[in-house]
Design a protein around this ligand. Structure first.
Ligand code: NAD
Length: 291
């Protein structure tokens, strides 16, 4: 088993670091939050006083941070200069494609291997070790990262070169944002047309309107499998995180001149929702604004 540094022990990183410790790795953990560090300690990780201490002697350095600026600062201020020769750098945060490519390029110039490895699956999957990882980087870097990612997930897929993992993640979540809005407005319209919500689910879930947003994450309480809708839209995938991913998708689309009209509309709707009551709710709660 290896010595692994894990930086960023929040909602997602906490469970992921715990699963690496459970798999037998010697996990050196760091977070700016003392509370998060304490939780990691209870989960079998060794808390470090700063990032430099966490990465000393580490064969793998994993980051799970809020956004691109946090990742780039940590890489340029600490990781790139202090990582052990031969270490693999694995960034699991959801960040913009350009920053992911820039930090990977800087790592390569220093002779380090690096991958972007964002995840699909929320806090429950991070805790259960059932995340899906989409990985961008060279074949050699992917092969080095894969065993660590397998200890935290159910699927590890090589998406392509640096940044391809982030590209896959934001394209996937752009589909999710748009299909969730489409599913919500269809339920709202069905209701106004006098259709029973359960009956509409029974029909659409086995017809061509079916999607993950319909059958696995139904936004209507009491319909379909248990989802955040059944818990007053608490927990799950927070609307501000959906908005973050849609903004990243819009940025990426603008950078290559891609037409994304549905993604653009979903981004506008989520921006309005998050400014209002959506700030503390699951993203499926956008149905409240459409009913
Ligand atoms: P979070 O805010 O709960 O955790 C981030 C952690 O990083 C915090 O504990 C914070 O203290 C720490 N941190 C920030 N800067 C740091 C630094 N310089 N050094 C050390 N620690 C630092 O966020 P989260 O929900 O765990 O999400 C993390 C990433 O995963 C984000 O990029 C998010 O978009 C992505 N993601 C989240 C979910 C989800 O459902 N929460 C799902 C998929 C992907």
């Amino acid at each position: 088993m290896a010595r692994v540094a894990f930086i960023g022990l929040g909602n997602m990183g906490g469970g992921m670091a715990a699963n690496l410790a459970k798999a037998g790795h010697d996990v050196r953990a760091f977070d700016l939050s003392a509370e998060a560090l304490e939780r990691a300690k209870k989960a079998g990780c060794l808390p470090a006083t700063d990032a430099a201490e966490a990465i000393a002697g580490a064969e793998a350095i994993i980051t799970m941070l809020p956004a691109g600026r946090h990742v780039e600062a940590l890489y340029t201020e600490t990781l790139l200069d202090r990582a052990e020769a031969g270490a693999i750098l694995i960034d699991c945060s959801t960040i913009d494609v350009a920053t992911a490519r820039r930090v990977a390029e800087a790592a390569t110039q220093r002779g380090l291997l690096a991958v972007d490895a964002p995840v699909s699956g929320g806090i429950a999957a991070a805790t259960a070790g059932t995340l899906t990882f989409m990985v961008g980087g060279s074949v050699a870097a992917f092969e080095r990262a894969e065993p660590y990612l397998s200890d935290m997930g159910k699927a590890v897929i090589h998406a392509g070169t640096s940044g391809a993992g982030q590209a896959a993640k934001i394209c996937n979540n752009m589909i999710l944002g748009a299909t969730m809005v489409a599913t919500c407005e269809a339920f709202a319209l069905a209701e106004k047309l006098g259709l029973d919500q359960q009956r509409f689910f029974d029909i659409a879930s086995v017809s061509s309107g079916q999607s993950w947003s319909m059958t696995s994450y139904c936004p209507v309480p009491g319909v379909g499998p248990e989802t955040p809708a059944d818990r007053d839209y608490q927990g799950g995938f927070a609307a501000p995180l959906m908005l973050k991913d849609l903004k990243l998708a819009m940025e990426a689309a603008a950078s290559v001149g891609a037409q994304v009209p549905m993604g653009e509309r979903a981004e506008q709707l989520y921006a309005a929702f998050v400014e209002g009551e959506g700030a503390a709710l699951d993203f499926s709660a956008i149905i409240k604004t459409l009913r």
